[in-house]
Design a protein. Sequence first.
Length: 620
Amino acid sequence: MPAFLNLLIILIIILALVTFLYFFLRARRYPSNREQEEDPQRFTVPGLIEHVKDCINAITRTNLYELGLNEVEFKKQANKRAELKKALKSCMHGSIEDKQFVKAFIYDILLSYIPSERINSIIPFHNPYLLSTRDKFAIILHMLKKDHGFDALTHLIETYHLDELKPISENEQAFVITKEEIDAIYEKEGFILSKEERLEIITQLVYERYKGLGVIDEIRDMNIDGVSAGVSGITHDFMAKNIQGLQEKIRRMERNYESVWIFFKGKSIKLDFLGFENEQELRRVCQIIYRYNRGGQLSENTGYRVNEMKDGSRILVVRPPFSESWAFFVRKFHIKNVTLETLIQDPQAELPVNLIKYLAKGGMITAITGQQGSGKTTLLMAMIGHIYASLTLRIQEMAFELNLRSLYPHRNILTFKETENISGQQGLDIQKKTDGSVNILGEVATDPVAAWMIQMAQVASLFTLFTHHAKTTRDLIYSLRNSLLKCEMFNNEKIAEQQVVSVLDFDIHLTRDYRGKRYIERITEIVPAPELPYPTDYLDKDTLPERAASFMETSAEYYRRMTDRKTFETRNIIEFKDGSYVAVNPISEERVRKMKQAMTHTDAKAFEAYLEKFFGRQVV
């Protein structure tokens, strides 16, 4: 009997132990339901970000020596962690490879963390009516990217004509992509997403808020001209003013952090459906987007920073008190293998295309002028391709924009840029000590650089190409003249003007109309006024009164020339009229001879044929 009782007690204990282990292991195996009830934020984007942070911190901070790994595994884990740390530091600076690496890491973390039945609770993929417009746009862009790569946004805009003017008020029109358009496109496309595609979209959403560039993260990678944020809407300071009678209207106004604009083929387009969540998120992006390659410190004392990103994009960041709000501008130069023929396609395009080629081959000092966004830098890239490959190129820029080595990898090219300790003036001085044949200035934007450009064009190179924001050729000459005067290189206005005129040969002026169409408005030759000798009749006079009277005439001629006599003439060679390019005036004989001297025999003959065809004369 005691033996039976002992056996029964043992069985009861074993049964109790098995029951305990069953419920214990079940709780460990399926904690999600209970935790979901306890923490409803677990499967939200903020909750996922916290989980990803914890996982990555655990990986990057774990002491590998405590894991007891063998030598092979230790090196493998060490290399993996080093690669992850490197990618985390540079993924937000325009490095597509590092970004994909970090996203793949996050994807693996989320794949093992999110149950399949919980994916739709993070983003309601199963119910279009619950999706926000921003989520719909993210889905559209993600799906189009699978087929069109970084041209996905371009394909979307061009397919649905989203870059057309739309009425924004009773009397105003603007370029804007509205919420209604994105909703309609999503409904029309009718995307059916797999589990992997849904998780990829969630991964992108987590990445852009954790290490990426917020709502513009994917847009920045697209092949567009640029993107900016924080440039419209009211600021916090304006809201705090509590203007009498306008409180309700102010509450309905868009905030500055809710504004995102893209620059697409010469058009500034507002993404009306997209914006940062709050001021802190915009500030976070502003503080990290410019830091590639030690971009410097952005502070109240230094209220702006200009830098380039890893893919060659130019980035400008501004902050209060220098600007009224935090804002950034990304300017992209994504065009590869750009040619004059692809840029200039209006009727009679061969007229300006060939002339620009001959200006480059003929060694003419040429200014490319126009407003911002008119295509000056892109045209300069294409024009450089027609400079003889035997000539060495030296480039000076404020930030690396041209990236000519990627376009012409076999050419002798070296680019300098301004830094905090090296000014543009010093950079141009250093260029004189290199073996450069052609000097190129990305932009003549300051007085010292303009003054040094004039000197450099006179003595330091065969010829020079540069861009400038002048509206007319006269404005270009006067602006460069004033720069010489401000730098105290000259104290006489006429002499400074003559120096500028003696240097410049041609001005290619680009423009962009209100619809965003870019074209060459004119190509202008700058012709110096002929140097006429002063009258010397007073030397032949016999008597002193006669000599004095004649000398007064010479003096009057001198003062007339120094005051109102023109030192140059602007002559439009080609103009854009009624939607087509037309030849207006022939190139001067002296310039034609100089150009032919700098060309090969074959190019000189082709140049003569060009002049005969379009200007009706043969130059010998």
